[in-house]
Write a protein that binds this ligand. Sequence first.
Ligand code: COA
Length: 172
Amino acid sequence: MTVPDYVVRPATRADLDALVGLEAAVFAGDRLSRRSFGRLVEAPSAAVLVADVGNAVAGATVVLVRRNSRTARLYSIAVAPPFAGRGIGPALLAAGEDFARTRGADRMRLEVRTDNDRAIARYHKAGYLPFGRRVDYYEDGADALRFEKPLAAGPDDAPAKSVAARSHAPTS
Ligand SMILES: CC(C)(COP(=O)(O)OP(=O)(O)OC[C@H]1O[C@@H](n2cnc3c(N)ncnc32)[C@H](O)[C@@H]1OP(=O)(O)O)[C@@H](O)C(=O)NCCC(=O)NCCS
């Protein structure tokens, strides 16, 4: 997962302040709280992944999986403005998809504000296709577009490895 300048790694509780700061810097509303991040960091059904630039968190993504479902959900993704344009957004997306695959998911779904042109462009470039809309989805009443991407098995997803990863997953 290492690329020049930063590494994408799972978040720990030590990242909570940085994650909350990132939310405040990037989102005007519908922010994830510190308590939510605290739960997500420890939840077996979630991955909170951060782009670590050594002395700061440059971006983060949250992916949710569910037992008995092959559909994962990209719950949040953000790149801090000073670190934009360095490929961190695409790297976080790819890392989130890798997590979903290793947990047995074969597609990723997400919601995005209809006016979030940059994110929509990124999702299109990454192979996501729109398939629906959620009316009055956000705090301010804005609608969400729903996107979906099939997650083809990658080279690291040989059946034995996938089964091993799932068999280690907690059951609740
Ligand atoms: C949505 C978001 C995560 C998308 O990320 P992004 O802006 O596309 O990601 P980056 O800042 O890494 O920019 C990508 C660009 O970096 C450049 N880049 C530089 N080095 C690169 C590399 N090694 N690999 C890929 N791209 C690289 C490219 O120009 C690329 O754009 P392109 O693929 O169109 O050519 C980001 O815009 C964001 O945080 N937005 C605010 C929060 C938000 O709206 N979240 C989504 C809610 S649904």
